[in-house]
Design a protein. Structure first.
Length: 351
């Protein structure tokens, strides 16, 4: 099991949004004017540490703003919520309250987490405000198109708004809930991890350590089915080492890898991999115009270093045997070749 400090670069830079990507975002209603920017929230006057139920530091701090700014900030955040969830219908603003504005100092994106509560029934939800990063936007869009889950996000100038993805943090689930699961549930979770691992590999989503994805329990008749969903898209096709894009190689996922080894036979693992590749291929074919536009933007963009591109295309060629990877000049072309590889293999079987 590789040490992630050696497996990954220490820090990925943020990449600007190109004019071509911006046009794509406008076409698909991702680029909408919003009343507040990321930098506006950085003007907090003080903060306190946010602890979890076990009194451990969550690495989030709760921010406080001067009185004359707080009302304006709260109103702007409520408007952002309505744009994200109800197409800007401001009639609901009077029923909303901003309960908390938290700031995370951990990781690349340094997001703000906004807690919005409906005062009529005390239901609440979250959304996140981050600095715009082109590679993260590509990650969000690829997740929306190629995964089983839709994603809601907005981009305006240098600010990115992301909806909250509900679920149990992977590291918390592994520590507190996995040991209590039945053998049947563990086998089902192992299956989902195989498919999640394959999905990340196909679209080159990296750094899926246990705290970068969530486990979602779904009650279905007399059983609970567990789904695995990525929540961090910062490491979309930046790193040069192929193993970064396979969750199985991170030590934080050791228990999940061991679960697969204990509960699944090699034939079953291969079956689930093939199933996931087929499902992704079907999604590509059903959204071919949109995925082609997105990949076209990526091919014209610079979202990694030339050293990482050289290393990754060599490693994927060695892994897949597909000569098309050797011709790739940037990360966009590698992603495009990976999608084409999966689509060709699916079509060759279905013909």
């Amino acid at each position: 099991m590789a040490n992630e400090q050696k497996l990954m670069s220490k820090k990925k830079p943020a990449f600007p949004v190109t004019e071509q990507l911006n046009e794509y975002l406008v076409e698909y209603n991702r680029n909408i004017k919003i009343p507040i920017f990321y930098d506006d929230l950085l003007r907090f006057q003080g903060s306190i540490v946010v602890y979890d139920k076990n009194h451990e530091d969550t690495l989030w701090i709760r921010t406080y703003y001067s009185e004359y700014e707080r009302d304006e900030i709260d109103l702007s955040l409520k408007k952002v919520y309505t744009i994200l969830h109800s197409n800007g219908n401001e009639k609901v603003i009077k029923y909303l309250n901003v309960d908390a504005i938290d700031y995370c100092t951990f990781g690349n994106s340094k997001p703000f987490r906004i807690k919005i509560r409906n005062i009529l029934n005390d239901n609440y939800t979250y959304f996140y405000i981050k600095k715009t990063d082109a590679s993260r936007i590509y990650g969000l869009e690829l997740e929306h198109i190629l995964s089983p889950f839709n994603l809601n996000f907005l981009v305006y100038k240098d600010t990115l708004i992301e909806e909250h993805i509900a679920g149990i943090a992977g590291d918390v689930f592994i520590k507190e809930m996995l040991p209590k699961c039945t053998d049947i549930e563990k086998a089902q979770i192992a299956k989902e991890f195989v498919k999640f691992n394959e999905r990340c590999m196909i679209r080159l989503l990296g750094d899926m350590r246990s705290y970068n994805y969530v486990i979602i329990p779904v009650h279905d008749f007399d059983q609970v089915i567990y789904k695995i969903r990525a929540i961090d898209f910062d490491q979309q096709c930046f790193e040069g080492k192929l193993r970064v894009y396979a969750p199985q190689f991170f030590k934080e996922n050791y228990e999940m890898v061991q679960l697969v080894a204990d509960k699944l036979k090699k034939s079953s693992i291969n079956q689930y991999k093939f199933e996931e590749r087929s499902i992704v291929a079907k999604r590509v074919l059903s959204s071919e115009s949109r995925i082609n536009q997105l990949v076209s933007c990526m091919k014209e963009d610079k979202i990694s270093t030339s050293e990482n591109v050289e290393l990754l295309r060599h490693q994927i060629f060695t892994f897949s045997g597909d000569v098309n990877f050797k011709k790739c000049k940037n990360m966009g072309e590698i992603v495009g070749s990976a999608i084409d590889f999966v689509k060709r293999n699916y079509e060759s079987v279905t013909v």
